[in-house]
Design a protein around this ligand. Structure first.
Ligand SMILES: O=C(O)c1ccccc1N[C@@H]1O[C@H](COP(=O)(O)O)[C@@H](O)[C@H]1O
Length: 241
């Protein structure tokens, strides 16, 4: 059986590594320098970094230069997210050398462009399905963007390689992942799924790892690591069995 991949998250707002609650602007807790945070996860044995430009996602500016510096400083794989919505922002993201980008809003608002970049870049494009219930949310999770399963079927038919599925109601809450949502998405697609939102304990990670045979490939871990609920070393050990 494959091991669950873990992607520690570094979300950047106003130059700082932060965690939000339910993705709500203004709910930030700050954790200092993003590069230091990223290097901490790399030193602890991470194979992936989930790196998000939150200002670009919210439309409150961007942290593009800093994000690029972090991505370029990593020896590990980087999934880059936030504000990648057109050719220029995609080119800048890919030029950082990141392994893949995660597209949210554009997959809801600009499906033709997303179909084009999926065809062009294949595995380097993941789509972030950020949901409340089964309704997708875009523009910093402030606007409805259609039905999860209809969008998933469309993206599947266009060849999307992978989905990052976030339950907004769980994100940043330390309330445990939405396993039912993950199971339902895995049942609806044969593409790998990266789970995001709610991880609070090693048992949560073991529960997500139990979904690897159903199609879950990885889990993003944010607040739990910053709040020191467990260490990344412990997390990696927990999912390696
Ligand atoms: O990660 C968050 O906490 C988050 C909160 C609010 C909005 C977005 C958030 N994260 C990431 O941003 C991308 C979406 O960016 P865009 O819509 O493509 O500009 C999403 O995939 C999340 O990974």
């Amino acid at each position: 059986m494959n091991t669950l991949e873990l992607l520690p998250a570094v979300d950047v707002r106003d130059g700082q590594a932060v965690r939000l609650v339910h993705g709500e602007s203004g709910s930030e807790t700050s954790y200092g320098d993003p590069l230091e945070a990223a290097l901490t996860w790399q030193r602890a044995g991470a194979e992936w970094l989930h790196l998000v430009d939150l200002d670009a996602a919210f439309g409150t500016g961007d942290n593009r230069a800093q994000i690029a510096e972090v991505a370029r400083s990593m020896d590990i794989k980087v999934e880059l997210s936030g504000g990648i919505r057109d050719d220029a922002s995609l080119a800048a993201a890919l030029a950082t050398g990141c392994t893949r980008v995660n597209i949210g809003t554009a997959a809801l608002e600009n499906p033709e462009w997303v179909a084009k970049i999926i065809a062009e870049y294949g595995d380097r494009i993941a789509v972030g399905l950020d949901v409340r219930g089964t309704t997708l949310r875009g523009r910093g999770w402030t606007r409805d963007g259609g039905d999860l399963y209809e969008t998933l079927a469309r993206l599947d038919s266009e060849g999307c390689a992978r989905y990052v599925v976030t339950d907004i109601n769980k994100d940043g809450t330390l309330q445990g992942p939405n396993l039912e949502l993950l199971r339902n998405v895995c049942a609806a697609t044969d593409r790998p799924v990266v789970a995001s939102g709610g991880v609070s304990s090693l048992d949560d990670l073991r529960a997500i790892a139990g979904l690897v045979p159903e199609g879950v490939e990885g889990a993003i871990v944010g607040k739990a690591l910053y709040a020191k609920a467990f260490t990344l070393e412990e997390a990696l050990e927990a999912v390696s069995r």
